[in-house]
Design a protein around this ligand. Structure first.
Ligand code: DP6
Length: 320
């Protein structure tokens, strides 16, 4: 009744922003992401009949506040009659700061819990369960380039290209530490209700996905770079035009974008993407990674940098 799993965060190039159905957490739009290799969440789940309720620790500290969402995910996966669980999670990167820690956490959780409970579930069912907890988590079940399609009632997720079929590096500029003021879920619900641009965003997403999908198939870096930056800026414009507005950027976010523009003007194959936090993710071809990381390290306001290649998606670990 005990099992462990590891999962990596994923970075969306074509973003999920908005829900078709808030209760079942079905995204209003499809998305396309890359799964990282060296940032990770490790999760151990043990079901114990003798205890009264679930418990959760994150990086060896009790995490009561996060527990209800985790317990709901276990109920969704195994049914409310399941035994209570002791859940231990550890993360080797900052959590709740726009680095997709909820994606790697819920992906690791469903893999560890299904294994601990002896549930025979295929990857898509696990992805759907993780996605009901956090939309982006569904993508972390898969490696490399991953596409999530959203229909009326269900999601479909698949890897469209393996991690080693088109190697890339992601350099993350950490521009603030600490938790974000508004969760991405709350912020996207606000955008859907109040941004005058929301319907246009939903309407054009399939077009952006088509361009990105074809760029991945053709290994066309420049096209992928252009559509990814465009899609990211559209998502942030929804946040800014929400009422009240949501702005996750800080000065260093803009400084990093300028650094990346300068590198691009010098012919370096790199592009930026930014999620619900001030961190900037610079996606580049491997030969450019050192130059990109050095340039971001020297950018005003950048506190730290992380780097990762692309990885293979969530999986169970041998019994501890
Ligand atoms: C900006 O998956 O965190 O990272 O489903 O409410 O948990 P919930 O939202 P979440 O949103 C991720 C938003 C994003 C873009 C993306 O990853 O596609």
């Amino acid at each position: 009744m005990r099992a462990s799993a590891v999962a990596q965060p994923n970075i969306a190039l074509i973003k999920y922003w908005g829900k078709r159905d808030i209760v079942s957490n079905i995204p209003a739009v499809g998305s396309l992401s890359i799964t990282l290799a060296s940032l990770e969440t490790r999760m151990t789940v043990e079901f114990e009949k003798g205890i009264e309720s679930d418990s959760l620790s994150v990086n060896h500290e009790p995490a009561e506040r996060l527990l209800p969402r985790v317990s709901r995910c276990l109920d969704d996966l195994l049914g409310p009659g399941r035994a209570p669980a002791v859940i231990e999670s550890s993360c080797n990167f900052p959590i709740a700061a726009g680095l997709a820690s909820s994606a790697s956490s819920f992906a690791a959780l469903v893999v560890a819990a299904s294994q601990a409970a002896g549930l025979q579930a295929d990857t898509l069912s696990l992805a759907r369960s993780a996605g009901r907890a956090s939309g982006s988590a569904a993508r972390s079940l898969y490696g490399g380039f991953v596409e999530l399609q959203a229909s009326e009632s269900e999601i479909l997720v698949e890897s469209i290209l393996d991690a080693d079929a088109w190697p890339m590096e992601v350099v993350v500029a950490i521009n603030a530490k600490g938790e974000k003021p508004v969760s991405s879920g709350d912020a996207m619900n606000l955008s859907a209700k109040t941004s005058p641009f929301y319907s246009s965003w939903v309407e054009h997403q399939d077009q952006d996905l088509r361009v990105a999908r074809a760029a991945v198939a053709d290994r066309d870096f420049m096209t992928l770079a252009a559509i990814s930056e465009h899609n990211c800026l559209k998502m942030h414009s929804l946040m800014w035009t929400s009422r009240p507005s949501v702005v996750y950027w800080n000065k260093a976010t803009l400084a990093c974008m300028e650094t990346i523009r300068r590198l691009q003007n010098d012919g370096v194959p790199v592009f930026f993407t930014i999620d619900a936090g001030p961190q900037v993710k610079a996606v580049c071809l491997p030969a450019a990674a050192k130059q990109v990381r050095d340039a971001l390290r020297e950018t005003d306001g950048v506190l730290d940098t992380l780097q990762s290649s692309l990885g293979g998606g969530a999986h169970a670990l041998d019994k501890p």
